[in-house]
Design a protein around this ligand. Structure first.
Ligand code: A3P
Length: 312
């Protein structure tokens, strides 16, 4: 996550006024919240005017939904599974963030196909996407697991407020009082506009269940031709274990000013259903109620099978 942070960001490259305390505030922009010192409202506001090329690829996620995973997979697909080639750069350089101050420049000047990731909601995205220019891959994850992953992330991300405890963070997440705002609105904002765009929707859970099929789905959506062995290589180098051991893929090189590596890791657990270790029965019931209410106008077969999401 959020990360909305370049993994290679050097302290010297930070804006002069970047101060990452455990209490640095979120910065409001047109109903959204950005992270102070990492994002600039001016930069984010310019994204709408980006000139989109047909070959551009935008990976969109709510924080903690597998962004880093997609960065690894997409960059491997482009080099046909050759991990040596993909290891020449950090994954955040191979697939930069468009909302980050310096990463955005990397995206704009990158050779085609330009690939980027973003946590921004639909309303900030380049207008060209609506004319079916470029391609969008939206990755969603069960919001209960997102909440737990985000809780841990807040504990080790120096640019985010350290939560008092899980219960406090639970409330903040439901209120949308975090970077990324409300999970429900994020998914809805993108998915309700899917027909305007070249749009592929995948879930973290599908990737856990059958990564190879999802990689095939992505290659076919992007019209890339990979042999069966090359697909195997992409999958192999994108497993949790291999990414965790790969410094070019695991974000351990983000400087301590941003992430306290003693307190956590991007590749934390990588499982489905960790929320069951954290939610109380009451919290779970409450979450299910909010989910049902917020998502009532959304095609559930498209978003999730409710039975998979709601308590076993
Ligand atoms: P957990 O905290 O539940 O482990 P993001 O990149 O959007 O911040 O998402 C981070 C989450 O994706 C973390 O979840 C991380 O472990 C998980 N993740 C990243 N790469 C993964 C992989 N190869 N396999 C499974 N999960 C992965």
């Amino acid at each position: 996550m959020p990360i909305t942070v370049r993994t290679d960001l050097k302290a010297s490259a930070l804006p002069a006024n970047a101060i990452f305390s455990h209490h640095s505030p979120l910065v409001p922009l047109r109903g959204f919240k950005l992270i102070s010192g990492i994002h600039s409202p001016e930069v984010v506001d310019q994204i709408q005017n980006f000139e989109i090329q047909d070959s551009d690829v935008f990976v969109i996620t709510y924080p903690k939904s597998g962004t880093i995973w997609l960065q690894q997979i997409l960059s491997l697909i482009e080099v046909k599974g050759d991990v040596t080639a993909s290891n020449e750069q950090l994954n955040s350089e191979r697939v930069p963030w468009i909302e980050l101050l310096d990463s955005r420049k990397q995206f704009v000047s990158a050779p085609s196909p330009r690939i980027c990731v973003s946590h921004l909601p639909y309303k900030f995205m380049p207008l060209g996407l609506k004319q079916k220019k470029g391609k969008v891959i939206y990755v969603a994850r069960n919001p209960k697991d997102v909440l737990v992953s985000y809780f841990h992330f807040h504990k080790y991300a120096n640019m985010l407020e350290t939560p008092k405890d899980f219960d406090t963070f639970f409330e903040k997440f439901l209120e949308g009082n975090v970077f990324g705002n409300c999970w429900f609105e994020h998914v809805k904002s993108w998915c309700s506009h899917k027909d305007e765009m070249n749009f592929l929707y995948i879930t973290y859970e599908e990737m856990i269940k059958d990564l190879r099929s999802v990689v095939e789905k992505i290659t076919s959506f992007l019209a890339r031709n990979l042999t069966s062995q090359q697909l195997n290589d992409v999958v192999e180098h994108s497993t949790f274990k291999n990414m965790k051991n790969n410094p070019q893929a695991n974000y351990q090189q983000i400087p301590v000013i941003l992430l306290n590596h003693q307190l956590g890791s991007f590749l934390r657990k990588g499982t489905v259903g960790d929320w069951k270790n954290y939610f109380t029965v009451a919290q779970n019931e409450r979450f299910d109620k909010v989910y049902q209410q917020k998502m009532k106008d959304v095609s559930l077969s498209f978003i999730w099978d409710m039975n998979d999401l709601i308590s076993p």
